[in-house]
Design a protein. Structure first.
Length: 337
């Protein structure tokens, strides 16, 4: 049975444009632009996922065309100096709920491919800073086109996993994060200069100490209380670092961004009433050299402790979640995306 998945998160993709920079008086933008064909693909910047077509692959029961073309706001996740862009590609067969062997699930169609370009825009001009283009070779294995300037490193790995028991069974589907799913990760290093200095670049790396873990739990508890208080002013102050970065990278006002992330229906209307947090249901995801971190549900890794239930437009109970990313800055975790 396919369960309805609704996720309200801080997205780095879709209509959100790349960062606005100011070098020599000229506004610039940097985006990760991608194209996906007949495959599952996740687009990442410094280990942080900006986009994946997981939902469409799952919704179509593995029979989806697996097609998507868009761009992600990579700039918020990059710093001056060396950075990494990467894509992870997997076969669509993993998302099928029909009986099949691991070999059958891992089979790629010859047309499967995924490409990622890191692009800088200045007025109407654009420059490709780095590029990863992956297609399927004659052996049926994903392979990247060679790049002598920015070498591409391939790694075969187990995809992120989920296990039952940490969320209401009505909201668990083993095909959303397929068991033993194999993906191929392609990574490329690129050096970029002239970027804003985001707050997270000064963050203390997360090392998993008990003190840090308690601080991380505390920020989730505080954010849940603020959301449940329905106080937009408190939420704006609490989310100021992230809103500042979003405003710089999109050109929109902080108020408009906050409204897009937390609608009046969700916040003032009380739709997003955060559920009591059961800490044992969550694991830690560490990214970007340890300077970005979030908790995720072990049964549903797209969900964070900021989860709520509501009645959807069809009159059915549904579940959703906010999934900000935090950094430890000046001794306290704060939202940075």
């Amino acid at each position: 049975m396919k369960i309805k998945y609704l996720v309200s998160v801080v997205l780095l993709s879709g209509g959100i444009m790349g960062a606005v920079l100011y070098t020599g008086g000229e506004p610039q933008k940097i985006r990760s632009r991608f194209s996906i064909q007949e495959s599952y693909c996740a687009i990442k910047t410094n280990g942080v996922t900006g986009y994946s077509n997981r939902r469409s692959a799952w919704a179509e029961n593995g029979d989806s065309t697996g097609t998507a073309t868009s761009s992600t706001n990579a700039m918020m996740l990059m710093e001056n100096g060396e950075n990494e862009i990467s894509l992870e590609i997997g076969a669509l067969g993993w998302f099928s709920d029909k009986p099949a062997s691991a070999e059958e699930r891992a089979w790629f169609t010859p047309q499967a491919e995924c490409s990622l370009d890191l692009v800088r825009f200045v007025k109407q001009d654009e420059t490709t800073l780095s590029s990863i283009k992956v297609s399927i070779n004659q052996q049926g294995i994903p392979e990247a086109q060679p790049d002598n300037v920015h070498p591409v490193v391939r790694k075969e790995m187990l995809a992120e996993q989920a296990e039952p028991g940490f969320i209401d069974p009505d909201y668990f589907d083993e095909t959303y994060f397929p068991k033993e799913m194999k993906v191929y990760q392609f990574t490329q290093k690129v050096t970029v200069e002239g970027l804003p200095e985001w707050g997270w670049t000064r963050a203390t790396p997360f090392i998993g100490s008990e003190e840090q873990l308690q601080k991380l739990k505390a920020v989730y508890t505080e954010m849940a209380e603020i959301i449940n208080s329905r106080d937009r002013g408190r939420l704006k102050a609490f989310d100021s670092e992230a809103l500042k970065a979003w405003s710089v990278t999109t050109g929109d006002s902080e108020d408009a961004i906050l409204l897009s992330l937390y609608t009046k229906e969700e916040l003032e209307g009380g739709k997003a009433r955060i559920l009591p947090i059961k800490w044992g249901d969550y694991a830690i995801r560490v990214m970007n050299k340890g300077r970005m971190v979030q908790l995720y549900n072990k049964s549903k890794p797209v969900y964070s402790p900021l989860t709520y239930r509501f009645i959807d437009e069809d009159g059915e109970e549904a579940m959703s979640s906010y999934a900000p990313i935090f950094s430890l800055i000046n001794g306290k975790f704060i939202p940075v995306t």
